[in-house]
Design a protein around this ligand. Structure first.
Ligand SMILES: [Zn+2]
Length: 577
């Protein structure tokens, strides 16, 4: 137990080259000018993730600090359309569906700002008629004006503060119409009853949320944010394909190694998230850098995204992860990456299946109405399994596990680990030296550092496997995978393991079942003397097997919780036999 907890002691150190700050187990030799191992190894000049290679986002000027999500949307030149909502339970963010940065949206970059509130493709959901008063929706006239003045302003020698905003016109009238401090009145609102509680994933991963009364870290009555695009495509895949094929305009199909069009807009991230990239530096959608991180643009995008997520600044003695804590950025970027990977697989498919590449639009139209559509789709699915998170990917994982079980036999236990994010001292110690954190600090740690929480969970799981499954219980093999709970958005893990002490539960269960059937047969059937002797023997062996199973399970269990999560009690400690 001590070793297990000791293995989870980390401290955050920041690399002087890439400015990434990440937990380390051992103290680096040189703390003052610490350089991470990747930056030390890198031979490129300038280093891939360095200021010299324009990979470092500039500090946020005070004019762009503390803007709400709506304020940032009003001053953004590009508009990523997406659906991010705050999970009612726990308060972590999640995203649903796909992020849409439609090509036409990207090409029509706003030259006139701020945007009119009615043009914001956002719907605010109100639940049960309660006002959705999330602080994300608040707009302050002065803040928007100062931010726009800075973005379009110039430095001392006439150089623009942000080259991307150089020619943007500020419409003072729109600005004057925005509230001094309040929620925009022209934004579409939708009353949605309590649909969010309807599909709540009850009974999984809810954890001891009401452990003590003062541990209520999240107030679901007042805190609820959501951004939903107005032009959501709710059509089915076939309808979309059909519409697309019937559209009169010509599409410029450019099938190369990498997907084109919407992914090629330079500085898209800076125009969509001006508060994260105040002058365009560090933008992962900018491909003009001296030392590229990879010669494959999808991999390069992934590496830059990882770098930004780990990028940190120490503000008032606390590590602040500007990109990881932004409510929309990571979802937007991750979704682009996911679709890039899928498209790259699609292009790979066309190379491997050149006959499909020469299909005309008419061929595709015909396929859509015939059976061959399914066959094309199933061929495409074959390639999708290389992209993690797709259904095809999980099907392959399932097949792999089945193959293991066929080879080495059935596992002894099935285990689930869930995230007690508010309770782990080792996690909260990353952010405070004295180990004393209040409820609101712990809540902030969880919400602002989803990347560190997921990392910590995987680290804890690996130590659990090492210290408990392997060293304590003597697992001979194990398998596990990480998942995200649908409602709560938090990470959890399922696994199976075969224990050395397994008395062969599968065979014992068979014998116990046979004994049960023999007992029934003895009670009901007319049996010969010989037959009933045999059945009595089976009953005896069945009882022994049953006892062996029960004894083994009792030996494995140390505690049990007879209540469901809603009326949580301290688990009962079981006596060892
Ligand atoms: Zn580094």
């Amino acid at each position: 137990m001590k070793k297990f907890h000791k293995s989870l002691k980390f401290q955050i150190y920041q690399c002087g080259v890439c400015h990434e700050a990440w937990p380390l187990k051992t103290k680096p030799k040189n703390i003052v000018s610490y350089t991470c191992s990747r930056c030390l190894r890198g031979k490129n000049i300038p280093k891939k993730f360095s200021t010299e290679n324009s990979m470092m986002p500039s500090p946020v000027p005070k004019e762009l600090q503390g803007l709400t999500q709506f304020e940032e949307m009003l001053i953004a030149r590009a508009f990523p359309v997406m659906h991010v909502y705050t999970k009612p339970r726990g308060g972590q963010r999640a995203y649903k569906g796909h992020v849409i940065t439609l090509p036409q949206d990207v090409q029509q970059l706003a030259d006139i700002l701020p945007r009119c509130p009615k043009d914001l493709p956002v719907i605010i959901f109100t639940i049960n008629g309660k006002d959705n008063s999330s602080s994300d929706f608040v707009v302050r006239h002065k803040k928007v004006e100062d931010a726009l003045n800075w973005l379009t302003g110039e430095k001392e020698f006439g150089e623009p503060n942000n080259p991307l905003y150089k020619n943007v016109k500020i419409i003072r009238q729109t600005l004057a119409n925005s509230p001094e401090h309040g929620v925009l009145s022209d934004v579409t609102r939708v009353e949605c009853g309590d649909s969010t509680t309807e599909n709540e994933d009850v009974g999984i991963d809810t954890g001891p949320v009401n452990f003590e009364d003062d541990e209520k870290v999240y107030n679901s009555q007042t805190e609820m944010g959501s951004f939903v695009p107005t032009n959501v495509d709710t059509k089915r895949e076939e309808e979309i394909s059909e519409e697309f094929l019937n559209a009169p305009q010509q599409y410029n199909w450019n099938i190369g190694d990498e997907p084109l069009n919407e992914f090629n807009c330079q500085f898209l991230a800076s125009m969509a998230f001006p508060t994260l990239f105040p002058d365009g530096k560090g933008d992962l959608t900018n491909s003009a850098v001296l030392s590229d991180t990879s010669n494959n643009t999808t991999q390069s995008f992934a590496a830059k995204l990882k770098h930004l997520i780990k990028f940190s600044e120490k503000i008032d003695g606390k590590w602040v992860y500007r990109f990881a804590s932004h409510p929309r950025f990571a979802y937007w970027a991750y979704n682009i990456l996911y679709r890039r990977r899928i498209l790259a697989q699609g292009n790979f498919f066309l190379k491997q299946n050149p006959s499909e590449a020469n299909l005309t639009i008419d061929d595709l139209k015909e396929m859509l109405h015939s059976q061959s559509y399914d066959s094309l789709m199933s061929k495409l699915m074959h390639y999708a399994k290389n992209v993690s998170g797709t259904n095809a990917y999980w099907n392959r994982a399932k097949d792999d596990l089945k193959a293991i079980i066929t080879q080495v036999g059935a596992p002894t236990i099935f285990w689930t680990l869930s995230c007690a994010e508010f309770h782990w001292p080792e996690f909260h110690n990353l952010f405070s030296d004295n180990g004393d954190t209040s409820d609101s600090e712990r809540r902030a740690n969880v919400i602002n550092n989803p990347h560190l929480l997921d990392w910590f969970f995987t680290e804890r799981t690996e130590q659990f496997v090492n210290y408990w499954l392997k060293k304590t219980l003597g697992a001979t093999w194990y398998w596990f995978r990480y998942e995200y709970a649908v409602q709560r958005g938090s990470i959890h893990c399922h696994g199976v393991a075969k224990l050395q002490s397994d008395p062969n539960l599968c065979d014992l269960s068979q014998i116990a079942l046979q004994g049960y059937l023999a007992a029934q047969s003895l009670a009901k059937d007319q049996l010969s003397h010989e037959m009933s002797l045999q059945k009595q023997q089976e009953v005896k062996e069945g009882c022994e097997a049953e006892k062996a199973i029960c004894d083994y399970v009792d030996f494995l269990m140390s505690t049990q919780n007879p209540c469901n999560a809603d009326d949580w009690l301290k688990p009962q400690v079981l006596k060892f036999l």
